[in-house]
Write a protein that binds this ligand. Structure first.
Ligand SMILES: NC(=O)c1ccc[n+]([C@@H]2O[C@H](COP(=O)([O-])OP(=O)(O)OC[C@H]3O[C@@H](n4cnc5c(N)ncnc54)[C@H](O)[C@@H]3O)[C@@H](O)[C@H]2O)c1
Length: 267
């Protein structure tokens, strides 16, 4: 069953990792996917793959930390497609350091990429999402990618956790704010455990350095063991949750924080 037929979707940070896999899956479900990132060459590869598989996608350069970049992006989407139905705020940055080692510049970057991005995306895309909801039986949808670090302690990177905790509560607050105004825009967050991407691997490498362990396979095993299912996640497992929350099947779901973490936050 195609869950996103005729939907126009904007995904941030979609050149690789979780964002790229979500773009592939959403296209398989019939959506036209705007693959946005600052890594244009990699984004083009994702788009070529989707279009070669019979899906519909195109690249849009979008720096999520810049309001003017967001404004140009939404203008282009409306000019090209006439509407926006779904926004996936996925772009993210991990500093992978204890808070005493982080510089003010690194903190500012964390805030900009992980939080300012979600604020700007929600603000700039809200009018288009509100408008498209008028013509859709179940309304529009925003899915924010937070983290297990936005739900429980992340002692190895408390500042990353602070930004992801911000996304968790912004999601709930905007969900209720839209609903209170009668806007038919649902907002939910997805909270991945450690996932096999460049960011996931960076976290494992940083942990190995901290522990003074040369063999990253050993540290990966430690990470796997912290997830009750005994492994780390695949990008497709996160993408499946995003597709569900974005789809009309989740019509009565707004303001939730959905862990996709092999049981990590259940402990
Ligand atoms: N991989 C994990 O273990 C994990 C766990 C929990 C949450 N997450 C979250 O999932 C999301 C995706 O992570 P991933 O693992 O695929 O990471 P990744 O590093 O592989 O991909 C992140 C993408 O975001 C893009 N990006 C960074 N700064 C940007 C900017 N200013 N403007 C536009 N795009 C920008 C990057 O270019 C990259 O394509 C992030 O929000 C991350 O915090 C990841």
């Amino acid at each position: 069953m195609k869950r996103l037929q005729n939907k126009i979707v904007l995904i941030t940070g979609a050149a690789r990792g979780i964002g790229a896999e979500t773009a592939r899956l959403m296209a398989k479900h019939g959506a036209t996917v705007v693959v946005s990132d600052i890594l244009i060459r990699q984004a083009e590869q994702v788009v070529t793959e989707i279009n070669n598989a019979g899906g519909k996608a195109y690249v849009l350069e979008l720096d999520v930390t810049s309001e003017s970049s967001w404004k140009s992006a939404i203008q282009e989407i409306i000019d090209s497609n006439g509407k926006l139905d779904i926004l996936v705020n996925n772009a993210g940055f991990l500093v992978a350091k204890g808070f005493e080692e982080v510089s003010l510049e690194e903190w500012q970057k964390l805030v900009d990429v992980n939080m300012t991005s979600v604020f700007l995306g929600t603000k700039v895309c809200a009018p288009a999402l509100r408008e498209s909801a008028k013509y859709s039986k179940q309304g529009s949808s925003i899915v924010n990618i937070s983290s297990i670090a936005g739900m429980v302690a992340a002692p190895n990177d408390p500042l990353y956790a602070m930004t992801k905790g911000g996304v968790t509560i912004f999601t709930k607050s905007t969900a209720v704010a839209f609903a209170n105004k009668g806007d038919r825009i649902r907002v939910n967050s997805v909270h991945p455990g450690v996932v096999d991407t460049e960011m996931g691997n960076l976290a494992i490498q940083a942990q190995a350095k901290r522990l003074g362990v040369a063999d990253t396979a050993k540290v990966r095993k430690l990470s796997e063991d912290r997830h009750p299912l005994g492994r780390i996640g695949e990008t497709s497992e996160i993408a499946n949750a995003v597709v569900f929350l974005a789809s009309d099947e989740a019509a009565f779901i707004t303001g939730i924080s959905m862990p996709v973490d092999g049981g990590y936050t259940a402990q």
